[in-house]
Design a protein around this ligand. Structure first.
Ligand SMILES: Nc1ncnc2c1ncn2[C@@H]1O[C@H](COP(=O)(O)OP(=O)(O)OP(=O)(O)O)[C@@H](O)[C@H]1O
Length: 252
């Protein structure tokens, strides 16, 4: 009997409460989730629903109060911060709404840094960086500093940085949230392109139109999954089109 492959990511019983100034915020109240290899899932829901907290838990940036996460079948409960950092470098690229680039490093250095930290030889890190920046339309910007780029360009650099180690999973937290509609289209087109090549993606967005690029949409409300639906309207993969028609029609 052949065993089914482990999901790329599995979460069971995740709970997270933030204790800030005021009353505790019950951001994630019991979430079970499984993500297959190659799947593109959008997590959508209103502001404050707990979407970002969920993404942070899945990437090991925050610890759950209860529940567990498995990466490729491996339970992460006992991971130290350092171990999570190593695993992220190998397995999980993350992009944020405000890019989080290192402002005093050049574009080239921002992208190469995770490859060097992962132990890649400098020559190889450089080759990866060159290939990705070319693919993302950023050739010629290598020596620029992040502050000299448009928001859309900075987000493309952040994508290159997230993908330089070829992680199987990309977590994207409102990656178009601070961009104009042209930048939004660019980012969504790139996410769809990487997905078509087999990249697994979890995209957090409050925008239902952007969520339509995914092949599965999870609706999050008040810390819980209230709906989890396959988008069967999505055209077949590798057909030269993706499920982004609604996104690509966004007007400037
Ligand atoms: N570090 C924190 N400290 C205290 N409360 C927090 C913290 N992070 C989030 N929260 C609270 O947890 C709840 C969920 O926040 P979260 O950012 O996860 O929601 P969201 O769905 O991503 O919202 P948005 O779409 O506005 O980004 C909110 O009530 C928020 O105020």
């Amino acid at each position: 009997m052949s065993e089914r492959p482990s999901p790329l990511l599995r979460a069971e019983g995740l709970v997270k409460t933030h204790h800030g100034e005021g009353a505790p915020a019950h951001a994630v109240r019991g979430v079970d989730l499984s993500l297959s290899h190659g799947e593109f899932v959008a997590v959508t829901g209103p502001s404050g629903a707990g979407k970002s907290t969920l993404l942070h838990l899945l990437g090991g940036l925050q610890r759950p109060d209860a529940g567990s996460i498995w990466l490729d079948g491996e339970r992460t409960d006992s991971y130290s911060e350092a171990r999570w950092a190593v695993e992220r470098r190998k397995r999980i690229g993350i992009v944020f709404q405000f890019f989080n680039l290192v402002s005093d490093l050049s574009v080239a250095d921002n992208v190469e840094l995770p490859a060097l930290l992962a132990g890649r030889p400098p020559k190889q890190a450089r080759a990866e960086r060159e290939a990705l920046l070319a693919e993302l339309g950023l050739t010629g910007k290598e020596r620029s500093m992040p502050g000299e780029l448009s928001g859309g360009e900075q987000q493309r650099v952040a994508l290159a940085r997230a993908l330089v180690n070829h992680p199987p999973l990309l977590l994207a937290d409102e990656p178009a949230g601070s961009l104009d509609s042209k930048g939004t289209r660019e980012v969504m087109r790139l996410l769809s392109r990487f997905h078509q090549r087999g990249q697994s993606i979890v995209l957090v967005t409050h925008d239902a139109r952007l969520a339509s690029a995914a092949d599965r949409v999870i609706s999050f409300f008040d810390g819980r999954i209230v709906d989890d639906a396959e988008l069967d309207a999505a055209p077949p993969r590798r057909a030269g089109t993706s499920g982004v028609s609604g996104v690509l029609e966004l007007k400037d």
